[in-house]
Every structure is written in C-alpha cells, then in structure tokens.
Ligand binder design. Structure first.
Ligand code: PLP
Length: 468
C-alpha cells in the first residue's frame, strides 16, 4: 500500500470525539484535555505507520483496526492529561507509613469533617459563646489534654516545625543539652544538630554514641542552660552495650536546677501497642506523666492523622511558644485542624480500629490470607495463561521512621509473567490510570495485602489488565 493511501485510513478527530468512551471522558475532565488526547492519539498512530513504511514493512491497515488503536491511545492519554498530578495510588508495598506515598491515610470521619469545614465558612478563630475572636487551637486543645493528661497544647504544620519553633522560642541564644546518642538524622534532611543551629540555640553534646548517664547531663549544666532535650531515635536502633537516660531522671535533674525538659517523641503513640501484639513504643501519656515540660510529635506517623506537629506542655511554655513569630509562619490550616479533631475524637472514644494506620498494623493473619486469596483469584482471571499468580508469606515494615527493624508477618500476591519482566510490570502499573505500587523480590512482582483497602482489591486486577 502507498504511504498516502495508508495515512488516509487514519480516523478523523471528529470521528473519535463521537465515540462513547471519549464522550464520557469529556464529561469527566472537560473538552480541552480530551481533545488534545484525541489529536495526540491519532498522531502517535500516524508516526508509527510512517516509521514502519520507512523501514519498508508491508502494511495492510484496515480502517477499523486503526480507529481502535487510536481510540485506545486517546483514552489512555485523556486519563493522563485530564487527571490530577497529585492523585490516589494503591499502596501495595506493605509499608504502612510510606513517606513517599503520603504517610498516614485518614479515617472516614476525618474526611467528612474536612468537607464540612472546607466547603463553607467555619468558626476557625471565632468563639461562638461570646462572639469574640477565638484561637484555632481551641478546637483540639481540650481533646489533646483529655487524652494525654497534658496541661496545655498547640499544633503547627509538622513535627520538624514544632521542634524548630520550641527551640527558637525557649532556647535561642542559650544552651541545649542532648545525648550524643540522640543526634540523629530523621530523613528528608531533618538533622537534630542542624535544626538546633537554625533555632539559634547552642548544642551541648554529652555522653557517647552508645552510653549516656545522668551525671553527663549534670556536669554540662551552667547558668546559660535553657533546656534538657531528649530525642526519640526513631528510624534507627542501638543494640548491645547501650543505655540512655529515662525521661523521669532527666525531669528530676531539671527540677533540681530549675531547667525545663523537652522530649521530641517523633511518632506520637497514644495507645499501648503491646496490647495489639506490637513492640512497645514510648507513649505520649507516659512522657506527660514523667513530667516532661514540653513534648512534640507528628500527627501523621503512628498517630495515623493528618500531617501536623503537636506540642504539649506546661501552660507557661506553650504561652511563650505561641508568642514567637515563627508560630504564625508554621500555622496549621483549617483542613488539617478539622481532620486532626476528628482523629482525636476517635482516640477519646477508644475506637482505635477506625484509624487506618492502626487497623493495618494489627490486621490478622486470617484477614490477610483471605484478601490475598481473593486478589490472586481475580488476578488469575485477567492474566490467564500469560503468567502465574501465587500467594506467599513475607514481611512488611511499619515505615515513616517508626518501629525500625520490626518485621510484621504478611501475605503477598506474587505475579510472574512470561513476556513482561517484573521491572516492566512495575513500570506499567506505575503509569496505570490508578497507579499501583508494589515491590520486587527474587525477580517476582509482589503485592502486599497489609496496606490494601477493600476497594484496592478490586482496582488492582483492573489495572493489571490494562497493562497486559
Ligand atoms: C519524624 C520525626 C520528626 C519530623 O517530623 P515530621 O512530622 O515529619 O516533620 C522529628 N523528630 C523525630 C524524632 C521524628 O521521628
């Protein structure tokens, strides 16, 4: 066939715009992105044909086939052009607090409250009792104090901000004493010594990497000491010949010299995880009970809420922190606040299983086995004889710098395809309409059911089908 003759068989833009699948997409995404997708879809097929002709291939293209090909390309491109850049993905990695995948998924109650608060006006900083100006912290202060026993509370953008703010407000121009074993990097370039420098406080390191004693702190105290700081080492763990000073001991020392004690807990755990068969983590309540004057932690690590930096403590310090100019720069927004209030209410009602992070961490073996079998069955239906699907035992991680080294036994669905390697399958699934992120182990593509929702179990086979 002549080149001209072949290209004349390509579908017209107006023709594809009449297709039902394209019309639906126009309703969903609007005309412009879908029109671009249709043009580009036809263009791609044209380029493919031209290249084949240049290479001397004999082409016997028929109009229906070309139209079908162009339509497929157009639909795929329309999804890409029309959908948001920041969007839902299926986390099949098994890492519960996956920093790159948005850390903690929120409970439904939080979403409902966000919608209510965000779609109209709210009493964000308005006291409904007396009609005067209120404080945005009022909406969570009572809950936080009730749950933890703290005297006062406030919230900022994230925990990194909370630590910087506290150090700036309480210790700028003065000295902060910390153990050498706690000078950690949390990731995302949050390094304790750097944050300290940024706040204008002077870092005074005591003890050694593996052992720090109370006497080490005491020797370093002088008239210029502003704070005794304890930092949770979060993403790494020392084993063997090792010890650190308990927050209770640090508090006694602080009382003796009239110096406040701060604890950066990292992950804010509000429940005893050992009740659910998980390793012990220091709880916020424990830190309050031990007398820490200021406590900071994240909203979106083990707490399972929105990104936020929660600051608890004695009223005099919270008042001082609120007056610092950085407070305004690190201010929490109304969407986050509405989500956080909903999550804290769940904690106060002790409905822990409503929190997705907690639910995923304590998922039972039976439930995971059931989900994995169901997923494997549906996957086999789309893969047919193009490959194999099997359910295997594996381990998942907590992630987010929480409970490092802890391996949670899990069930994974492993896919092996004849004509597509695991890297290509992983890439294909990343580019799918709803991206699915798994992991590769021993040349197999694995889907970990721990981090999947019921909805994800239906989405995954559809997306695997689209890749095939
Ligand atoms: C994670 C962590 C931070 C940073 O918290 P973000 O909420 O991610 O800003 C600070 N300190 C410790 C000990 C942490 O584990």
């Amino acid at each position: 066939m002549e080149k001209k003759e072949v290209l004349r068989k390509l579908p017209k833009v107006s023709e594809l715009l009449e297709e039902d699948s394209i019309k639906v997409l126009q309703q969903q995404y609007g005309r412009q992105p879908v029109l671009s997708a249709v043009r580009e879809g036809i263009e791609e097929i044209r380029r493919l044909l031209e290249r084949s002709l240049e290479m001397g291939f004999e082409i016997s293209a028929n109009e229906d086939d070309l139209k079908k090909e162009a339509l497929e390309r157009a639909v795929e491109l329309a999804y890409r052009y029309g959908s948001y850049s920041l969007k839902k993905v299926v986390n099949a990695t098994g890492v519960v607090l996956h920093t790159n995948l948005g850390r903690a998924p929120l409970p439904e109650e939080a979403l409902k409250n966000i919608v209510d608060v965000a779609c109209g006006y709210s009493n964000l900083e308005f006291d409904l009792d007396d009609g005067k100006r209120g404080e945005r912290y009022d909406h969570v202060r009572g809950l936080l104090c009730d749950i933890t026993g703290a005297e006062d509370a406030m919230v900022v953008n994230n925990n990194a901000g909370a630590v910087l703010l506290v150090l700036s407000a309480i210790a700028s121009g003065r000295e902060v004493i910390i153990s050498r074993g706690q000078l950690v990097e949390i990731g995302g370039s949050f390094r304790v010594p750097d944050v300290m420098a940024q706040s204008g406080a002077t870092l005074v390191e005591v003890g050694t990497t593996n052992k720090t004693r109370i006497a080490d702190y005491e020797r370093a105290i002088n008239d210029n000491t502003a704070l005794l700081l304890k930092v949770h080492t979060s993403n790494f763990r020392l084993v063997g010949f090792w010890s650190e000073v308990k927050i209770e001991e640090l508090k006694s020392l602080g009382v003796k010299y009239g110096i406040p004690v701060m604890e950066d807990l990292g992950s804010g755990v509000l429940i005893d995880l050992t009740k659910f068969g998980l390793p012990a983590e220091p709880t916020v309540q424990n830190s309050v009970k031990a007398g820490a004057d200021i406590i900071t932690f994240s909203g979106d690590k083990l707490l399972g809420g929105p990104q936020a930096g929660i600051i608890l403590g004695k009223r005099e310090y919270i008042e001082k922190i609120k007056r610092h100019p950085l407070t305004r720069a690190l201010r929490i927004d109304k969407l986050t606040l509405s989500a956080l209030e909903a999550v804290l209410k769940i904690y106060r009602n002790e409905d822990y299983e409503k929190i997705p992070v907690i639910r995923m961490l304590i998922k039972s073996r039976e439930e995971m086995e059931k989900s994995a079998k169901k997923l494997a069955k549906e996957l086999q239906k789309v893969i047919l004889d193009k490959g194999t699907v099997e359910v295997l035992d594996d381990v998942s991680e907590v992630g987010g710098g929480s409970l490092p080294g802890v391996e949670l036994p899990t069930k994974v669905v492993a896919i092996e395809l004849q004509n597509l390697g695991p890297d290509d399958l992983a890439k294909g699934l990343r580019m799918a309409r709803i991206p699915v992120i798994g992991r590769i182990k021993n040349d197999k593509f694995l889907l970990d059911v721990r981090t999947m929702s019921e909805e994800d179990l239906k989405i995954i086979p559809e997306m695997v089908g689209s890749v095939l």
